[in-house]
Design a protein around this ligand. Structure first.
Ligand SMILES: [Zn+2]
Length: 188
C-alpha cells in the first residue's frame, strides 16, 4: 500500500523499534504497513443443497467456488459475505453461525466463512460467475473446486451439517438493528 501523497519517497527498511521491513518515507517517516487481507464468504444451504459458483474470472476460471471475496472498507464480515453472495450468485442470504476461520499465511489471507441459507430461492450467475448451482451432498464437484479453502469449508460443513449451528447471527455493532441488512446487501 503506497500513499497517494506524491511527496513521499519510500525506501525499504526496518523502522526504529519495529521487527519487519516496511516501506518508510525518507522525508516524513510515514510507514506504509501491509497487513493480511480478509476474505468473507459463506456456505449457503438450501433444501439440503449447497450453493456453488463456477468462476468467470481469474484465478481458476471454470472452477467451482463458494460465494466469497475481499471485504470492502466500512462493512462488517457478515455484510461482506451477503454482498459477495449477491454479486456472484444473485443470492439473497441469511447469515447463520460462523463455520470457520482459515488463516492462510502463504498468501497473507484470513478467510471468514459463515453458514448461511437462501432467504429467497432465486439464484443466477453474477458477472464474476459462468454459472451457479445448488449441489446435493453427492453432487459436489470435489475434483473441480477452485481453491483448497473451498474444499476445507465444504468438508467442514459436512462434519457439522445437522448440528444446531444455525443460530441467528448477531453483530455487536448492530445492536440498534439498523446496521445489519435483513436479506439484501445495502443499496439494493
Ligand atoms: Zn512522506
Amino acid at each position: 500500500m503506497i500513499s497517494d501523497d506524491a511527496s513521499h519517497r519510500f525506501s525499504r527498511r526496518v523502522p526504529a523499534g519495529d521487527t519487519h521491513e516496511r516501506d518508510v518515507c525518507d522525508t516524513c517517516g510515514f510507514v506504509a504497513y501491509e497487513n493480511p487481507k480478509i476474505v468473507a464468504g459463506s456456505v449457503v444451504a438450501h433444501e439440503g443443497r449447497i450453493l456453488l459458483c463456477r468462476r468467470a474470472i481469474a484465478p481458476r476460471v471454470g472452477y467451482w467456488t463458494l460465494p466469497a471475496g475481499y471485504m470492502e472498507l466500512s462493512e462488517t464480515t457478515a455484510e461482506a459475505a451477503m454482498r459477495e453472495a449477491y454479486e456472484e450468485a444473485r443470492a439473497r442470504i441469511s447469515i447463520g453461525a460462523l463455520l470457520a476461520v482459515y488463516s492462510i499465511p502463504r498468501i497473507s489471507q484470513v478467510q471468514i466463512i459463515y453458514l448461511a441459507s437462501l432467504a429467497e430461492p432465486d439464484i443466477a450467475a453474477g458477472e464474476e460467475s459462468l454459472e451457479v448451482g445448488l449441489f446435493a451432498r453427492d453432487e459436489i464437484p470435489w475434483d473441480d473446486l477452485a481453491f483448497p479453502s473451498v474444499h476445507w469449508a465444504l468438508a467442514h460443513f459436512r462434519e457439522v451439517e445437522g448440528q444446531a449451528l444455525f443460530a441467528p447471527f448477531t453483530n455487536p455493532e448492530a445492536a440498534s438493528g439498523d446496521r445489519m441488512p435483513s436479506a439484501a446487501p445495502p443499496g439494493l
